[in-house]
Design a protein around this ligand. Sequence first.
Ligand SMILES: [Zn+2]
Ligand SMILES: [Zn+2]
Ligand SMILES: [Zn+2]
Length: 118
Amino acid sequence: MALRPEVRGVEVDAQTRCIHYHSMLDIIAIKMACCNVYYACKDCHELLAGHVIEVWPSSERDAPAVLCGACGHEMTIREYMQSGHLCPRCGAGFNPGCRNHYHFYFASEDTLTSTGGS
Ligand SMILES: [Zn+2]
Ligand SMILES: [Zn+2]
Ligand SMILES: [Zn+2]
């Protein structure tokens, strides 16, 4: 089996489920933009990282930042969003409900223009 990146989290299992998200389909881990470390979920990051989460800017959609916990395949954010909730390599199903959590990890095209900031 290929070497997988380390996935941090609370009670992470072999398919990157954690204490917060542990259904059959909760098998992806996300590399955090702030520290470049894979975490099982944002709540695990909050508990363990000791710093505030940063979302991936929408210009970084081609960054490999999503890991399939079933086979260890690394996807870019774009690949993941276009995957139809199936791993492009092993066909494992991902939780479609994660779509509702995209904004915790990935800035959407609109938030970039609306938040502005500096
Ligand atoms: Zn971090
Ligand atoms: Zn978690
Ligand atoms: Zn897979």
